[in-house]
Design a protein around this ligand. Structure first.
Ligand SMILES: [Zn+2]
Ligand SMILES: [Zn+2]
Length: 438
């Protein structure tokens, strides 16, 4: 039997409803902040991700799924690498949403000089060639926003406030969420800070793991994320980003915090929060569910240099992404089923006969026109079997059409819970059903 690829999942039933619910809530909430939906292609040129995410990140170095068309594949296999392919022929599945959206913004000139910021949100599948484990899939789903052209610290605060409101609307209690924030500086002050951290790691080289020594060369700030206990101990004394901000960055960070305070959004400052990707500048933030053990359920930050890296004019930007699968796990732990109950329906049953079947057919169409989810029998079942089927489908009401009903121009409406039955004029059925369901 054919099986799905390891680390991928089929979305159906309650899981699919949960994914749709995440999008519905996003559409409504993000829409009220002025965000429009965008969908970028699942495959991009590798350079889009290399420029956007950063060559030194694990995502780009180890986790991207490369894509080769049938025509290119033999060539790659034969020569053993894609290095000889033209850059345009090197493609990858998107491992995250930001780089593609920023590429699209540059290519379509979403933020011409002097224009209002572009505010975009997406709900997409992402692909990473990781070893699959709980809460970590090769194809996973994220909802995210990108806000391009806004440098105002109020934008950072609004982004964070919107994110926290999003979690609450999905069903998290505010008390269960821990929001951490930090500022990582910008092009003016971050290079010097990185050098300081690099020097610190090299000063403690004999006490740190090999990964961290490698990080010291390519991205020293990642050493703050090391899972090694000993490295954590050492890094506890490392120079901290907020202590090394230039005046502009310090003022920006202070303003973000003032806006959050004004909105009554509580947060924890974590001076070691660096986020995994290279492109963040100034504000970064992350949200965890206290005690859930699923890791961060969302996070993001400002990326003022990213649009330039993707070939656009200097444009400030910021955004966040939240992971669907982790949110489902974390909500389940709080006893919340994001998918909710199966939608109920009305079942149209009829006694055997050409006339009654034709009347049932018309009744189905009329109910559906009225927006009622309607089911019927398509397998020639007996009336008794149709009732059973209606129960199975979770029908709240059953509309029964027999030859007596047909002759009298009525339909018998049966409440599937109380089993109470009433006869209603056929012409009024849709109206009566809608009223009963409301
Ligand atoms: Zn380490
Ligand atoms: Zn700065």
């Amino acid at each position: 039997m054919a099986q799905k690829v390891q680390g991928t999942e089929d979305l159906f039933g309650g899981y699919m409803r949960a994914w749709q619910r995440m999008q519905d809530v996003a559409r409504e909430l993000f829409g009220s902040y002025g965000f429009d939906m965008i969908e970028t292609p699942a495959i991009e040129q590798v350079d889009t991700f290399v420029h956007g995410i950063g060559e030194s990140t694990d995502v780009v170095r180890k986790e991207m799924f490369r894509v080769f068309s049938g025509a290119l594949l033999p060539d790659v296999l034969e020569r053993g690498s894609e290095g000889h392919l033209k850059p345009r022929q090197r493609m990858a599945m998107r491992p995250e949403g930001t780089a593609g959206v920023v590429r699209a913004a540059v290519e379509n000139n979403f933020v011409p000089q002097g224009a209002a910021p572009a505010k975009l949100w997406y709900a997409e599948a992402m692909f990473r060639g990781e070893r699959p484990q709980k809460g970590r899939l090769r194809q996973f789903h994220q909802v995210g926003v990108e806000w391009l052209g806004a440098s105002d610290p109020a934008a950072d605060a609004e982004c964070i406030i919107m994110l926290m409101e999003y979690f609450c609307r999905l069903g998290f209690s505010r008390e269960s969420l821990r929001l951490t924030i930090n500022s990582m500086g910008d092009a003016a002050c971050r290079p010097a800070y990185r050098d300081k951290v690099r020097a610190f790691i090299l000063d403690h080289a004999e006490e740190m793991c090999e990964d961290c020594l490698e990080r010291a060369q390519i991205n020293p700030l990642r050493a703050f994320d090391c899972k090694n206990d000993h490295c954590r101990e050492v890094m506890a004394d490392a120079p901290l980003a907020p202590d090394n901000l230039c005046d502009e960055c310090a003022a920006h960070y202070a303003a973000v915090k003032r806006y959050l305070d004004a909105a009554g959004v509580s947060y924890v400052e974590d001076p070691t929060l660096v986020r995994g990707l290279d492109y963040y500048t100034r504000t970064v933030f992350e949200v965890e569910v206290v005690g859930a053990g699923v890791g961060a359920i969302g996070g993001g930050g400002r990326y003022d240099g990213l649009v330039e890296l993707e070939g656009g004019k200097p444009t400030p930007g910021l955004g966040f992404a939240v992971g669907f699968e982790r949110i489902c796990l974390a909500l389940a732990e709080q006893g919340v089923d994001l998918g909710g109950e199966e939608p109920s329906c009305v079942y149209v049953a009829c006694t055997p006969g050409e006339d009654t079947r034709a009347a049932a057919f018309e009744t189905c169409l009329a109910l559906r026109s009225a927006g009622v989810r309607t089911e019927a029998d398509y397998q020639g079942r007996s009336l008794k079997a149709q009732f059973k089927q209606a129960d199975k489908l979770g029908a709240r009401l059953c509309a029964i059409i027999g030859s007596d009903e047909l002759a009298a121009g009525v339909v018998t409406l049966r409440d599937m819970v109380s089993h109470e039955q009433v006869q209603v004029p056929a012409a009024e059925l849709a109206e009566r059903v809608t009223a009963r369901l409301a």
